[in-house]
Design a protein around this ligand. Structure first.
Ligand code: HEC
Ligand code: HEC
Ligand code: HEC
Ligand code: HEC
Ligand code: HEC
Ligand code: HEC
Length: 362
């Protein structure tokens, strides 16, 4: 009898819990969200573009097409309107040119997740991951995120199980990073990255990216690469004092966080950390990491950079309204809602302050 009550109680709890579960929560989502067994329902094809069905019995073309069936409208492919931490894959379809040689190529703007329904083909310039071997032709949402769910940050793959790759699995040497993020809806509300509302990165991001970009990590002692390790007290102090190219001294650590130049807050507690109003700058133990300079998905700029590294002033960043291929919304959205002083130079200066005195030239 006791056991029966217990079971009944557990069942009730389980049912009430599952009724509030979102699509991927608590492990694998309902299969038909992504799969169709015969590409047929009520006598009609489920994926009209592919009447003969799809590999893995997916309901929408490739794995990435399948994810974007829902996620495009959450901001992961939304005309550059997705102002999320990861970034909007729309940018890999946008190429801008200027002058006789200036070019910012779509395929350089990020990870080209193969999704023909959205016009995304494999990167034609980078056929494999720079610094590693993962092939661009195999790159999709499910190269990084586990479609069947797990308990990691953003369902990212880790060292226990790597992504599906060319009939087998690609081995990830390093676990998923520790971090906490905001809503998947990145075009409105709290999913929009700002100086206060943003992913709090805690540890392991650089190691994780290096699962595919092995030689770009500073564990690799044969190559010279930008460090991904502790900031140290003088760089942390420079970050905290830096407000803009016009003001490198009046910032304070309580409000110095710049959403465009994040770092890993190694002491943050993932269970309790506030991801909605969090403006505190770093201390010396915090770390510079891959996402200090890059977006995980895509950006309007070459190398999926968070800001345009090919110009002197932020105001010169492409796309500009004088570029061939621009549309006005591209120009308006390239820096999310962030604003800058007219003299603002590269955001590398947030840590390095090499723009000291530069504004006095104007
Ligand atoms: C969020 C989308 C999504 C959901 C939900 C989903 N799958 Fe999948 N599944 C995929 C994708 C995408 C692949 C292709 C392989 C890859 O890219 O990882 C796949 C591949 C598979 C495979 C073959 C490869 C493997 O991992 O063994 C099986 C079997 C499978 N799914 C079963 C299921 C079952 C059963 C369910 C429901 C309990 C389910 N899937 C729910 C997206 C999904
Ligand atoms: C049927 C619609 C649908 C499809 C298809 C779908 N998703 Fe989602 N996804 C959602 C919803 C709803 C949420 C928010 C709630 C949740 O986490 O379950 C979400 C959230 C997510 C998140 C954020 C989870 C977190 O921890 O905050 C990731 C990452 C994600 N999806 C990846 C994928 C990938 C990769 C695919 C393709 C394999 C995919 N989704 C396919 C509906 C979908
Ligand atoms: C599953 C393997 C994989 C993981 C994990 C991965 N990448 Fe990549 N990355 C690739 C591949 C493949 C390419 C080349 C194809 C492309 O750019 O579409 C690439 C290209 C890039 C590029 C160059 C984009 C361009 O076209 O110039 C940057 C920058 C980059 N990755 C950064 C990162 C960062 C930062 C992380 C961690 C958040 C990361 N990658 C994680 C596979 C991966
Ligand atoms: C190269 C690895 C990689 C690929 C490919 C990738 N993601 Fe992500 N994704 C990440 C990482 C890392 C984050 C966390 C970003 C952050 O917080 O800075 C993330 C974040 C997200 C989020 C949370 C909201 C946001 O924008 O930050 C969603 C939803 C998501 N990804 C869905 C997708 C979908 C859908 C695809 C394919 C169209 C995809 N991802 C492809 C690595 C990847
Ligand atoms: C201090 C900023 C910064 C950090 C930190 C950083 N990158 Fe980069 N990354 C850049 C810039 C700028 C470029 C443009 C090319 C160059 O300068 O070498 C770039 C280029 C790349 C490329 C494209 C290379 C190509 O051939 O097109 C990849 C891939 C990449 N970075 C991955 C990573 C990974 C993985 C990490 C972390 C282990 C990382 N980056 C850390 C700034 C950074
Ligand atoms: C979040 C802070 C941060 C940002 C942003 C940043 N760096 Fe660094 N950088 C560091 C740290 C920390 C070091 C290591 C300093 C040390 O060990 O003394 C470093 C070192 C360097 C070095 C010296 C490397 C060596 O081996 O001596 C160069 C050059 C450099 N950074 C250039 C850049 C450029 C260019 C950018 C922008 C694309 C950039 N950094 C952005 C934190 C940052």
């Amino acid at each position: 009898m006791k056991t029966f009550i217990k079971i009944a109680l557990v069942l009730t709890l389980a049912l009430s819990a599952s009724s509030v579960l979102a699509f991927h929560d608590g492990g694998v989502a309902y299969c038909a969200g992504c799969h169709t067994m015969h590409n047929s329902q009520n006598g009609a094809v489920v994926d009209a573009l592919h009447p003969a069905g799809n590999e893995f019995l997916l309901n929408t073309g490739t794995p990435s097409d399948t994810c974007l069936r829902c996620h495009a409208n959450y901001g992961q492919f939304m005309n550059g309107q997705g102002f999320g931490a990861g970034g909007d894959f729309y940018w890999v379809t946008r190429t801008f040119t200027w002058g006789s040689t200036g070019i910012s190529k779509g395929d350089s703007h990020g990870h080209n997740v193969v999704a023909p329904t959205k016009g995304i083909a494999a990167d034609v310039t980078l056929t494999t991951a720079p610094g590693g071997t993962f092939s661009g032709a195999n790159l999709g949402c499910t190269s990084c995120h586990d479609p069947h769910g797990n308990e990691n940050f953003r369902l990212l793959y880790g060292s226990d199980l790597g992504p599906f790759y060319a009939g087998g699995r690609y081995d990830f040497a390093k676990p998923a990073p520790i971090a906490k993020g905001n809503s998947r809806r990145t075009y409105s509300g709290t999913g929009i990255e700002t100086n206060g509302a943003h992913t709090v990165y805690i540890s392991g991001m650089s190691d994780w990216c290096a699962n595919c970009h092995q030689n770009f990590h500073d564990d690799n002692t044969t190559n010279f690469v930008h460090p991904t390790h502790e900031l140290g007290s003088s760089i942390a102090a420079a970050y905290n004092a830096y407000v803009s190219s016009d003001d490198m001294t009046s910032g304070t650590s309580a409000t110095s966080y710049m959403g465009l130049v994040p770092f890993e807050d190694v002491q943050a507690d993932v269970a309790t950390v506030n991801t909605l109003t969090n403006t505190a700058g770093p201390d010396g133990a915090d770390e510079v990491m891959c996402l200090t300079c890059h977006r995980a998905h895509a950006s309007p700029f070459a190398d999926a950079a968070r800001w345009d590294n090919s110009v002197m002033l932020i105001s010169q960043s492409h796309p500009l309204a004088t570029d061939t291929g621009f549309i006005q919304t591209d120009v308006d959205r390239k820096y999310y809602g962030y604003t800058f002083s007219a003299n603002q130079r590269s955001l590398c200066n947030k840590c390095h302050a090499k723009d000291y005195n530069d504004h006095k030239l104007y």
